[in-house]
Design a protein around this ligand. Sequence first.
Ligand SMILES: *Cc1c(COP(=O)(O)O)cnc(C)c1O
Length: 389
Amino acid sequence: MSTCPFIDLASQQARIGDEIQASIARVLSHGQYIFGPEVSEFEEALGDFVGAGHVVSCANGTDALTLILMAETIGPGDLVFVPAFTFVATAEAVAQLGATPVFVDVDERSFNICPASLRAAIDEAREKGLGRPAAIVAVDLFGQPADYRALRMIADDVGLCLIGDAAQSLGGALDNRRVGTLADYTSTSFFPAKPLGCYGDGGAVLTDDGEKAELLRSLRMHGKGAHKYDTARVGLNSRLDTIQAAILIQKLAIFSDELDRRQDVAARYNKRLDGLCKTPEIKDGAYSSWALYTVRSTERDRIAADLGDSKIPTAIYYPKPLHRMGGYDHFPVVSSGVPVAERLCETVLSLPMHPYLDGDTQERIADAVCKSVASAKADEMGHVVDGLR
Ligand SMILES: *Cc1c(COP(=O)(O)O)cnc(C)c1O
């Protein structure tokens, strides 16, 4: 039995490898490795795809968040509300700028920031005088957009900037609006394993605000002023390489088809795994980019071990909530705590997910899950019988 890949970049390369090679070769021949024509070509193509007014590419998804926070002059004394259940980069960008991440609980069904917990955290932070509430970073975890309808109301009500961390959700949508148009700013990542990945690091900020887009373009280039060696502000060196842009142009051309395939893969999993574990729930009006397919089970560790024995890779995103991580354990947590985030860390398991996952392989994966769950049940029954003896 062969090992199936968790994310299959080889199949994608077999499909468009020639186009990618040709695209890279064009960069080698013109030699404009930094800000070559492919960079703005890709930015425009992505803007068209998403329906966002402006796309400002940068070096990675973490920098995209940092650039947004810099554009909003967020720093020491400012509070940024973030979910406790996400990849660390969401809070890292906040902490790097000297601002304070405030950890908020998530919704059990969507895994995304819980509006009620957010509201409580904001009210509390004000009462306690923890700092100036400045922004919310909503994360579209595993590909499903956060509850932007509710978040927009809270942000407007309190006067906070609404930022979407769409590192995992590019291609997703809510109420027929693509991710990238749902918040004041959206950050995304082109890390190879993300739905739209390049062959290295890359990222972008999407916004409809033209002035902010200009500011972001300055910030990503050392705070560039009127000309190359004029500086208007303290910035970063954070650019998307031309070669990566050339690769992304080719990948974007098949992205829509890949998103369709991911829907099919998720639907097949849902059908086969229903009743064996808690399958992911997508809210009404939401369209997931299915960066990851994540189930919940109290037998998570056992299933992971059994699948591993059958050469099926799995992953735990994420084993620890952020407020329990080194470097982040001193930041404030909403006083009602983050019990859902804690519980999810104990029960989530991500299965192989990519556009090229075929039905037969999924059958094999589902069979392995089924067998593992059945043996867990049998053991449990054994304990009951032992107890009765
Ligand atoms: C991957 C990821 C990031 C960071 O992206 P990089 O390009 O690796 O810096 C940020 N937030 C979330 C939720 C992510 O999954």
